[in-house]
Design a protein around this ligand. Structure first.
Ligand code: SF4
Length: 66
């Protein structure tokens, strides 16, 4: 699924289970949790953001409140 919800950070690329590697000169994107290929911009409910992404979301939401 590529459709974006309200949260622009909510994509596989910012998930703790996302892994990128180069195979024969091509980028491969893999979900370690589910064990299948994914894309950086895919959006799934199993998303678990990396700490730096969580911190950034908190920072942005606090800025938005100002
Ligand atoms: S498929 Fe789910 S668990 Fe896997 S990287 Fe994407 S959001 Fe994370």
């Amino acid at each position: 699924m590529r459709a974006h919800g309200k949260n622009p950070y909510h994509v596989c690329a910012s998930c703790i289970h996302f892994e990128a590697s180069k195979v024969n000169g091509h980028m491969k994107y893999y979900c370690k949790r589910l064990g299948y290929e994914t894309k950086p911009d895919y959006v799934f409910n199993c998303w678990d953001p990396k700490k730096k992404v969580k911190d950034l979301m908190i920072k942005r939401s606090k800025e938005a409140e100002l």
